[in-house]
Design a protein around this ligand. Structure first.
Ligand SMILES: Cc1cc2nc3c(=O)[nH]c(=O)nc-3n(C[C@H](O)[C@H](O)[C@H](O)COP(=O)(O)OP(=O)(O)OC[C@H]3O[C@@H](n4cnc5c(N)ncnc54)[C@H](O)[C@@H]3O)c2cc1C
Length: 424
């Protein structure tokens, strides 16, 4: 097969995966004049049922990086609070406005977000993007990674040489496997099924967790005019759920949250209207080899609780961009693994904090015995009365993103925080 002509075969940095992590990193490195190629196996950005929540610090960060106007142009939905109802009683309400960090969390679908990064990068010399192109293997020389083998949808193959390969290829990372970096996968007790519904007028803009014993729904107002609903399933319970039929599924949703009954009747017609997410966490002893680093879900898969996946990916990128730039300036061959020691240590600390919180939440949500369900309600109600709840939540969702001055866009950081476009 002939080699695709649009792919540069020798770059400074090859990024495998054009999700939020890979796309933003490609953009920031290209802005610094680094020759970068981003390869994404999907032909287009059409990806349903992915993390769409941008935590408030990510919103602040993206504005400082100069993406504010593009975010406004695209549109998004601000999330004003998160509340929890258990067995019909409100037990917790956290007002995001109380954190005072200059932004609220927002909901923006991944195609829109990634599109902003790709559009901004496209104008930079030295930037290349290959859609519909997969990494099929790594190239190694004297123990260091020196590039990767790629294949496009027509079966054309090409080998690209790079001083650094970045694995940003998500939770089932091919790059991770090819590099021989072992991941410790910890399955969580339950999996997740998601679906979207039209958002009724006057619904409000707060995220809700609706819990009934060991069953729960996450109900997220979603841009432009949807509700994104996630429902927990027993581990390996998808087959059984399907055997019982879509009507039984709809009835189960209605039992947990009767407000959703008429909506699921009308809009969840077949299993094609749902998306499955296997919930696990991944921890790794090593994230790097000479010539290679993993970022985003590839290095630290977490669970959907509090929607931290995209937030963690953005934090990885703003922290690693100056590290990569300095390493490329300092040497000539493959970037040494030790370059990333500080980055990995800092990101691992933060990811552990998020995972610990998520596991605690999951353990609480999985309770089904009446006495434990009662104690759980009392615990959350007590926490709700204490200002401590803002400290606990803030530590998980509001960790600041340290941005290198070279990544800032002059004037962007000083611009007033624009008003959010009105939700549809
Ligand atoms: C179905 C689903 C639902 C989710 N729901 C939530 C949620 O509700 N809340 C939450 O916080 N998080 C959720 N997540 C996780 C969230 O989407 C991720 O944490 C976030 O997108 C991480 O970004 P990333 O760039 O690291 O990885 P990803 O977004 O996974 O991007 C990786 C990219 O790499 C590409 N790729 C993979 N293999 C190759 C290859 N060999 N060659 C080239 N390209 C490749 C993929 O096509 C993909 O575009 C969900 C994830 C999935 C899959």
């Amino acid at each position: 097969m002939s080699i695709p002509t649009n792919i540069p075969t020798d770059v400074d940095v090859l990024i495998v995966g054009g999700g939020p992590a890979g796309a933003l990193l490609g953009c920031l490195l290209a802005r610094r004049g680094i020759h970068v190629l981003v390869v994404e196996k999907q032909q287009n950005l059409d990806r349903d049922f992915r993390g769409e929540t941008l935590a408030a610090p990510s919103v602040v960060t993206l504005r400082r990086l100069g993406f504010g106007p593009a975010l406004e142009n695209h549109g998004y939905l601000e999330t004003t609070a998160v509340s929890m109802r258990m067995e019909g009683q409100e037990v917790l309400n956290v007002d995001y406005g109380r954190f005072g960090i200059g932004a609220l969390p927002i909901d923006i679908p991944q195609p829109g977000l990634i599109g902003l990064f790709n559009d901004a990068a496209a104008g930079e010399p030295g930037y290349a993007y290959a859609a519909g192109t997969s990494c099929t293997g790594l190239v190694e020389k004297d123990g260091a990674i020196t590039g990767a083998r790629l294949r496009d949808r027509d079966g054309n193959r090409v080998t690209v040489t790079a001083r650094l390969v970045v694995g940003a290829d998500g939770r089932f990372s091919k790059v991770r496997k090819e590099a021989g970096l072992a991941a410790e996968i910890t399955p969580q007790q339950r999996d997740f099924l998601s679906f979207k519904l039209p958002r009724p007028a006057g619904w409000g803009q707060h995220a809700e967790l609706v819990v009934n014993r060991d069953k729960h729904l996450v109900v997220l107002p979603t841009w432009p005019d949807f509700l994104r609903v996630g429902h927990n399933l027993p581990k390996r319970g998808l087959g059984e759920l399907r055997r019982r039929g879509i009507e039984a599924f709809r009835a189960g949703i209605t039992e947990i949250d009767p407000r959703l009954g008429p909506l699921v009747e009308e809009h969840v017609r077949t299993w094609d209207d749902t998306g499955f997410l296997e919930i696990f966490t991944a921890e790794m002893a090593d994230w790097a080899r000479d010539g290679l680093i993993l970022i985003g879900d590839a290095s630290h898969t977490c669970t959907p609780i509090l929607g931290q996946g995209v937030n963690l990916a953005i934090q990885d990128v703003v922290m690693i961009s100056p590290v990569i730039a300095a390493a490329l300036r300092a040497g000539t061959g493959p970037v040494p693994a030790t370059t990333f020691d500080g980055f990995v240590a800092a990101r691992r600390r933060h990811k552990r904090r998020v995972t610990r919180f998520q596991r605690m939440q999951e353990a609480a949500l999985a309770q089904h015995k009446p006495a434990k369900v009662w104690v759980r309600r009392v615990r959350f109600k007590t926490m709700n009365r204490l200002p401590l709840k803002y400290v606990v939540f803030g530590k998980v969702i509001n960790a600041p993103h340290p941005i290198d001055p070279a990544d800032l866009r002059t004037g962007a950081e000083a611009a007033p925080t624009p008003a959010a476009p009105s939700a549809a």
